[in-house]
Design a protein around this ligand. Sequence first.
Ligand code: S6P
Ligand code: ZN
Length: 180
Amino acid sequence: MRSNDFMFINGQLSGPEVIHKSKHLSQLKGLFEDKHAFQQMSGEQVVYDIDVWRPVPDGTEGGLFFGVTHIYPGTVGDEYFMTHGHFHKVENRGEYYWGIEGKGLLLLMDKEGNTRGEDIKPGSIHYIPGFTAHRVVNTGSEVLRFGACWPADAGHNYASINTTGFSKRVKKVDNKPLLL
Ligand code: S6P
Ligand code: ZN
């Protein structure tokens, strides 16, 4: 039997074709509400790291991608660190997320702009339907790691999040997360 070089141990994905990307605070400009607090922080700060395995070329119909995202703890003002968030370019494409380590909130926003949250924690599984924007927020004091599996032809539409954002934000109020 052919051996497989891809491993997923202790929340870490490894293998010959795994791509690693870091998202710095400067790449999330405009997404956090408190512009003054944002300006006071270093744009070099890493908010999250992503490891992705793409066994087939980007855009392959019927293919699947596998990734792990590691969001570090922190806030901009009173708003927790979060991923950029996106709709899929091929809008009807769904996705699975699952919690590995740490705690947070998955924000899901439909095309009408209704946003709801699901708690992410170790072992939680989240089905993200098509036509639904998704963003993950780290509400804990440790790194939040979650897995993702999505169609290789889904693509990402970040532009609409840049212009309209999500209709709700997750803030630290009295040391607790609140979806506002
Ligand atoms: C891809 C999947 C994840 C995200 C990652 C970062 O469809 O949802 O791998 O790309 O969590 O989030 P974002 O919003 O910066 O792409
Ligand atoms: Zn996605």
